[in-house]
Ligand binder design. Sequence first.
Ligand SMILES: *[C@@H]1O[C@H](CO)[C@@H](O)[C@H](O)[C@H]1NC(C)=O
Ligand SMILES: *[C@@H]1O[C@H](CO)[C@@H](O)[C@H](O)[C@H]1NC(C)=O
Ligand SMILES: *[C@@H]1O[C@H](CO)[C@@H](O)[C@H](O)[C@H]1NC(C)=O
Ligand SMILES: *[C@@H]1O[C@H](CO)[C@@H](O)[C@H](O)[C@H]1NC(C)=O
Ligand SMILES: *[C@@H]1O[C@H](CO)[C@@H](O)[C@H](O)[C@H]1NC(C)=O
Ligand SMILES: *[C@@H]1O[C@H](CO)[C@@H](O)[C@H](O)[C@H]1NC(C)=O
Ligand SMILES: *[C@@H]1O[C@H](CO)[C@@H](O)[C@H](O)[C@H]1NC(C)=O
Ligand SMILES: *[C@@H]1O[C@H](CO)[C@@H](O)[C@H](O)[C@H]1NC(C)=O
Ligand SMILES: *[C@@H]1O[C@H](CO)[C@@H](O)[C@H](O)[C@H]1NC(C)=O
Ligand SMILES: *[C@@H]1O[C@H](CO)[C@@H](O)[C@H](O)[C@H]1NC(C)=O
Ligand SMILES: *[C@@H]1O[C@H](CO)[C@@H](O)[C@H](O)[C@H]1NC(C)=O
Length: 473
Amino acid sequence: MACPENMFFLIVLFISGVLACFGRRDLNATMPDGLDVLTGSCVQIPCSFDIPDQHKDTFNSTILPSGVWIKESPYFGERPDSVIFNSSETVNRYQGKITGNMSQKNCTTVFFNVTTSYSDKYYLRIENRPFLATDTEKSVHIDVSDLPSSPIITVSGEVKDGNPVSLNCSAVAPCPEHPPELTWTLPTQFTSKNQLQENSDQTKSVLSTVTFTPSYLHHEKNITCTAVYPVGTSNKRAEHNMMLNVSFSPKDTSASISPAHPVLVGSCVNLTCSSTANPPVTNFTWFQISGGETTQVASGQSYTLNVTGDGGLYYCEARNSHGCGKSNEVQLAIKGQKEPMVFGVAAGTLGAILLISLISLFVWRRNSRLHDGLERTDSPQGQNSPVGTVCTNQATAREEPEEPAEDQPEEIQYGDIDFSKLQTKETPAAAQDRVQGQESEYAEVNVTGRGAQLPPLNNLDGLYAQVNKTGGC
Ligand SMILES: *[C@@H]1O[C@H](CO)[C@@H](O)[C@H](O)[C@H]1NC(C)=O
Ligand SMILES: *[C@@H]1O[C@H](CO)[C@@H](O)[C@H](O)[C@H]1NC(C)=O
Ligand SMILES: *[C@@H]1O[C@H](CO)[C@@H](O)[C@H](O)[C@H]1NC(C)=O
Ligand SMILES: *[C@@H]1O[C@H](CO)[C@@H](O)[C@H](O)[C@H]1NC(C)=O
Ligand SMILES: *[C@@H]1O[C@H](CO)[C@@H](O)[C@H](O)[C@H]1NC(C)=O
Ligand SMILES: *[C@@H]1O[C@H](CO)[C@@H](O)[C@H](O)[C@H]1NC(C)=O
Ligand SMILES: *[C@@H]1O[C@H](CO)[C@@H](O)[C@H](O)[C@H]1NC(C)=O
Ligand SMILES: *[C@@H]1O[C@H](CO)[C@@H](O)[C@H](O)[C@H]1NC(C)=O
Ligand SMILES: *[C@@H]1O[C@H](CO)[C@@H](O)[C@H](O)[C@H]1NC(C)=O
Ligand SMILES: *[C@@H]1O[C@H](CO)[C@@H](O)[C@H](O)[C@H]1NC(C)=O
Ligand SMILES: *[C@@H]1O[C@H](CO)[C@@H](O)[C@H](O)[C@H]1NC(C)=O
């Protein structure tokens, strides 16, 4: 009785035997699948081979085997010129050299002065009489081009504002004797390190690792890794451009009020918060400062309110997954009401001090303009500051470009700053004597102002620290 299971077993055995016979190789070569090579350069083919068990007895390992490279097809019988390299010959179609130690079965080969006609598949043959075998199943595809392939930039993890990050740039080095040189172009200072490394298929690459600290100002700036390949006496270059995606907490948060002029009780006023952040702001929150107390009054980028009569100071906070930013404070001014005195200071003597400081400020500004053109350059927005702006923070701490009119609120800003300092000094006379002192105070303001616009990262962090302390944001 025929047992079906045995039949099945026999069939499997038969088929696998046929497959084993069909798939049996007389030589096992190991080499990369493909290599991209530059015209005029060299190519190193990493190569090793192994003798299958059934031929071990015919392979005499005391004799140095010769290595043969065959182009296009492993069957060179009818086309002897497809044998482009034979290590036993002194003259070959291709100028090359087996650099590997053949007695260690290392058939690594270098071909020099590559031309575009070299683009093809290549097979390895080992001759060690009586052993002669070609690996018909493994070939390396060489692709020759005039232009090098672009290096590859890799980033691991998120690029975050203020967090040092490392990027890799890797460029193939098909001719390891003349590896490419990698250079970086970054919008900030960096350190980089280059090294030649071996890939898993034994091909070589140059790896450059760059380390830098991104700032939010680098968001959407390009970085470039350039590979320069020496070819003969000239160079060929390829580059990879990458746009930085820096994530950062809300910056440049600012509140504005519309309309900006004093309004009547019962009319509508829009407060709008603007900020830049990556990922974008998810949550805008509005706060009112009234009677020394801060209350959360609304959420949303815009806040429309029906003016009731108490006016007050407003600011907003913008938040994303990385943190939050606090805006300047805007004053809601009501028509007919006296503008509230900022910081609750109204005494006449103090007013006089204010006036004196303004005058001396004017004198100083006129003088300073004569010999300091630099200070005037960074101030595009001073004139459009919202009415009643009082808080010096990231959005408002900038210098004014034009000579201010007496009644503009920016005057109050300068006045406040001078004033708070002057409170420690006793008399108007003393203040007049201290024009010199004011000059340096004003210089302080300028420093912060510039910090907000062209921030070296540290300055900006400092500003944030201040805002965070006072605003709890
Ligand atoms: C290997 O080659 C050497 C030198 O030709 C010879 O003396 C030796 O007998 C050979 N060995 C075998 C196993 O054929
Ligand atoms: C390689 O060169 C040797 C020595 O000239 C020769 O005997 C052998 O046939 C050559 N191999 C091929 C594949 O042409
Ligand atoms: C083979 O030889 C090359 C030198 O041509 C060397 O770089 C490589 O490391 C060798 N491979 C092995 C597996 O020893
Ligand atoms: C090649 O390898 C053999 C055996 O490992 C060694 O004796 C010989 O010195 C090596 N040849 C070279 C050129 O390194
Ligand atoms: C490659 O060719 C150039 C001239 O075309 C020659 O000067 C140079 O020696 C060659 N390189 C090699 C390794 O043969
Ligand atoms: C850069 O390459 C090194 C070495 O291969 C590796 O350890 C590191 O993870 C790589 N970094 C990136 C960002 O790919
Ligand atoms: C930045 O890179 C992109 C390609 O990634 C390119 O189109 C753009 O022109 C580059 N911008 C600058 C300023 O180089
Ligand atoms: C940039 O990064 C942010 C946050 O990690 C992500 O939401 C956004 O899709 C990224 N943008 C691009 C263009 O990759
Ligand atoms: C503001 O509120 C007052 C009283 O609640 C109402 O009479 C007035 O119409 C409101 N104004 C607007 C513009 O909604
Ligand atoms: C406030 O904003 C709303 C919608 O954004 C608009 O319809 C309205 O005209 C604005 N009001 C003022 C006073 O700007
Ligand atoms: C926005 O933030 C405020 C204050 O942190 C919080 O009270 C509010 O619930 C938040 N809203 C949303 C939609 O997350």
